[in-house]
Design a protein around this ligand. Sequence first.
Ligand SMILES: Cc1cc2nc3c(=O)[nH]c(=O)nc-3n(C[C@H](O)[C@H](O)[C@H](O)COP(=O)(O)OP(=O)(O)OC[C@H]3O[C@@H](n4cnc5c(N)ncnc54)[C@H](O)[C@@H]3O)c2cc1C
Length: 387
Amino acid sequence: MTEVQRPPRDADAVVVGGGFYGAHIAAFLARRLRTVTLCERAPALLTRASYNNQARVHGGYHYPRSILTSLRSRANYPRFIAAYPAAIDRSFTKLYAIARRQSKVTAGQFAEFCRRIGAPVQPADAAQARRFDADHVEAVFEVEECAFDATALAQAVSAAMDAAGVQVCTGGAVRAVRAVRAVLPGGARRLRVQWGDAPGEATDADVVVLCTYSALNDLLADSGLPLVPLVHELTELALIEPPPALRGLGVTVMDGPFWSAMPFPAAGVHSLSHVRYTPHARWPDGGADGHAVRGDAVLRALPPSHAPHMQRDAARYLPEMAAARYLKSLWEVKTILPRSDVDDSRPILARPVDGAPGLVTVVGAKIDSVYDVEEALTAMLDSDGIR
Ligand SMILES: Cc1cc2nc3c(=O)[nH]c(=O)nc-3n(C[C@H](O)[C@H](O)[C@H](O)COP(=O)(O)OP(=O)(O)OC[C@H]3O[C@@H](n4cnc5c(N)ncnc54)[C@H](O)[C@@H]3O)c2cc1C
């Protein structure tokens, strides 16, 4: 990737936020536009939610209550794997166990759902199934679902940006984005990305894409622009060393207030997340709720860990989990669109901002849904005649 000390004064497009979304989208835009700059406030790329997550490449299995999200995952899964092969970890067996009580699907419904979305599924072999407590688990299935290595993904997406000619500037936060009238024949409107304190420390561009995820409304508020209705959660992911017998397994217990333990390839350990214990706090943001809380302030005052609760509950379903060794927790602000609450779907946001032509806000739901954002961006650029 071409690293620059300072962003240029002028670019066709600026992408703000160097998580996976920003980096992938910058490379995507640079295949269509001449000059694309990526601005990331951290010293390195993919250090926030794109690292602090469960590393599951979603194969659709997770969403039996949202057929649309599952079908999008089925379409995006092979694309993501083909685009980033060096970041893919298939070295483990992936099991989905259906809880006997409180599950929102039965084993029969889960198997039928997999067949409907075309997701490979088969009963787990008897030795694997016997690991689970039969009082708590109705059935265990083996599926095809892999994990990604966030560090390898950062390298791969950086190489893609390099090949596409993206200029990357790290270590400085964008302060604001404003619509300005350019000193051009016809006085066309452009966008000014203010990345420094001095008036000249800014880049003018035709297209600006905000990929700042949990900090999206921070930047919109600082820019005096309309906020996007979002919901944030303070999340804790425990990193654990599983007992040797579980090292080659990824396990998800479905479908409700259960848990998941699977390889976290970037650190060579497993992650453990729990639907009840991973979220510590939750707050609405934007729209009528205003913008009272900044995620970064929440991350500076962390509550006590829930890891012991996660492990204790997991061991009720898979007794060998009691022997896992807790290492540390990854904390992050997870951002979802309010609609996700209703049906457990994972819609994406890729929307122009009122009053700022050319400015687009993006919030991705899962790593692979970047391809849904690509489609939405293509439609927007085509309709604005931007090539
Ligand atoms: C606990 C948890 C588990 C998850 N599990 C999975 C999973 O298993 N599989 C999956 O596919 N998805 C999962 N997700 C969702 C996934 O992590 C996100 O969809 C994805 O990482 C979002 O990528 P992003 O690039 O938009 O955000 P980020 O990676 O957070 O990138 C945003 C970037 O913007 C930068 N930024 C913010 N403000 C500014 C500014 N003003 N100027 C410059 N830069 C700025 C930040 O520093 C950051 O680097 C999970 C999320 C969480 C929190």
